[in-house]
Design a protein around this ligand. Structure first.
Ligand SMILES: Cc1cc2nc3c(=O)[nH]c(=O)nc-3n(C[C@H](O)[C@H](O)[C@H](O)COP(=O)(O)O)c2cc1C
Length: 186
């Protein structure tokens, strides 16, 4: 697949199944992430890879977040939170590892860089014929989850990227007219 076709045709896949990406595929995926644009070469990212029972540990964090939010949450609610990470054989949490108070690289730039790294993961996964879906949801912003993942105060969970093999067909890619979004100053 040539680069422009990849950029034009990447799409998300929510239906994911085993196997998880292989070690070689993961290496290619991380190399793509690490090519994200990065002001002052801060490398403002950190990746946490969840697979196997590690997904259950993440699910426990999600359930604990629900419980802390509402100690009367039903078993259904807690179990639904527990099961969320089991929707894919692998999840990569993309964390913006933010250095605060840098005059030339404010937090927003560092978070954008980490977002670009997340996009690199999606693009590389698609190029490899894998399925991927960027999710955030309320757990990305939850204090229990943040603490459990070891975030410092200024860090942000940018993405939970669900990864695996395709268990369905990609939906047709929506096409948009660039003129609707572009203003020209000629
Ligand atoms: C920062 C961010 C967070 C997102 N969080 C979710 C989410 O929690 N749940 C969800 O269904 N889609 C989420 N999405 C959207 C999907 O990843 C996906 O981009 C969208 O469904 C459009 O599909 P496409 O990527 O094939 O165009 C998120 C996207 C971004 C950029």
């Amino acid at each position: 697949m040539d680069a422009l076709t990849l950029l034009h045709e990447r799409s998300s896949m929510g239906k994911l199944t085993e196997p998880a990406p292989s070690a070689d595929q993961l290496s290619a995926i991380y190399q793509a992430a690490l090519r994200a644009p990065d002001h002052k070469e801060l490398r403002p990212w950190r990746f946490i890879e969840f697979s196997g029972e590690g997904r259950e540990r993440l699910g426990e964090l999600f359930a604990e977040a629900e419980f802390q939010e509402d100690p009367h949450a039903s078993d259904d609610t807690l179990n639904s939170a527990r099961k969320k990470p089991l929707r894919a054989p692998m999840i990569i949490a993309v964390i913006a590892k933010v250095t605060p108070d840098l005059p030339k690289v404010p937090k927003i730039e560092q978070v954008i860089s980490a977002g670009c790294a997340a996009h690199g993961i999606l693009l590389a996964a698609h190029a490899l014929g894998l399925g991927a879906m960027w999710r955030s949801g309320k757990y990305a912003f939850d204090p229990v989850v943040r603490k459990g993942l070891g975030l410092d105060e200024d860090d942000e969970v940018v993405a939970f990227i669900y990864l695996g093999s395709l268990a369905g067909r990609h939906k047709p890619v929506a096409t948009h007219n660039s003129a609707d979004f572009v203003e020209r100053w000629d």
